[in-house]
Design a protein around this ligand. Structure first.
Ligand code: ZN
Ligand code: ZN
Ligand code: ZN
Length: 317
């Protein structure tokens, strides 16, 4: 178990040999239901638990390999948690009440703040994988978080582009994109007073919507109480639209992009949520195949504007 440096792509790879041997759970048993091993019977709405098979640990063993200057290695120091959204087994985030989704937002905020304050945590990555098609084996509604001892490469890329944009123009790149999407309107899926959801002009995924606070804020901890409620509300609307458009429990990857927690200032960064739904049409999978995986170029066979329109017209109730 260790971090290995890829000197070609200049990024860390988290190697955890033992995680492959995760036990198969007995059928019908859910470790996240009230009354299971680590989960209290009652008295909770949302819950964070340590991941039973963490790729990163606060007290990692020394690396199994001895690194050198080219093949660097580091202990896998960090935190992996499971974030349970509700005691209800048969629900998904879209089904939950507004108060419950708001409790999820508060849990995200609280875990970001608490873990981000640890000196070895440079980035708190909150996410959800949903659906068997994404490889999720536990149906109970939950997300996860990885508290990394480094800033991951996708975030680094966003930090670099937004820093350059601010230096050149004096403005936030993301605020400028929001303004442009609001003006052009064609790709806006929905909005409320404080949040907007749109399918970006440059979307990589056919249904890869993004959600932003309209006010410049770099993390959940910067949001006001009213904004957090607006955030919960727009999440519910977006998820309902997906469910209604596809007429089924909709699979997705959802990631929260916040500023790093390494203590440096990030005035150019703007909090947002990105969705990567695996469908390109109902029943048809979008694969990130050779071109995407091997060259980093994205191919897109649809009109983003037409895809956005499908979501605009989908019911949010
Ligand atoms: Zn359950
Ligand atoms: Zn901004
Ligand atoms: Zn992002």
């Amino acid at each position: 178990m260790e971090l290995r440096w890829d000197p070609i792509m200049e990024q860390w790879v988290i190697v955890s040999g033992k995680r492959g041997d995760r036990p198969v759970l007995p059928q019908g048993y859910c470790p996240f239901c009230p009354g299971s091993k680590e989960v209290p019977k009652e008295g909770w709405t949302v819950l964070s638990l340590p991941n039973a098979f963490p790729a990163l640990r606060p007290d990692p063993p020394p690396p199994d390999v001895v690194g050198d200057r080219l093949y660097r290695s580091l202990p896998s120091k960090g935190v992996c948690e499971v974030l349970i959204y509700t005691p209800r087994h048969d629900a998904c985030l879209a089904d939950l009440s507004m108060a419950n989704i708001r409790a999820v937002v508060d849990l995200w905020t609280q875990r970001f703040e608490e873990l981000g304050a640890r000196d070895y945590v440079k980035y708190v990555f909150i996410f959800e994988n949903k659906g068997r098609i994404i490889g999720v084996t536990l149906d109970h509604p939950h997300g996860q978080l990885y508290a990394f001892p480094f800033v991951p490469s996708t975030i680094q890329k966003e930090l670099t582009s937004s820093r350059k944009y601010m230096k050149r123009t004096g403005s936030c790149l993301f605020c400028t994109i929001i303004e442009k999407e609001l003006k052009e309107r064609v790709r806006v899926v929905c909005e409320n007073d404080d949040f907007i959801c749109f399918l970006p002009y440059f979307t990589h995924w056919p249904y890869g919507v993004q959600v932003y606070p309209k006010r410049h804020a770099a993390a959940l901890t910067d949001l006001t109480d009213k904004e957090k409620t607006a955030f919960a509300s727009i999440l519910k609307i977006v998820l309902r639209k997906f469910e209604n458009l596809f007429g089924e429990s909709f699979p997705y990857m959802m990631v929260l992009h916040q500023r790093p927690t390494d203590g440096k200032p990030y005035p150019h960064y703007h909090f947002h949520v990105e969705f990567y739904p695996p469908y390109r049409e109902k029943g048809k999978i979008k694969y990130f195949a050779s071109v995407e995986s091997g060259s980093g170029a994205i191919t897109f066979d649809y009109s983003p504007e037409a895809k956005a329109e499908e979501l605009q017209n989908s019911s949010s109730t």
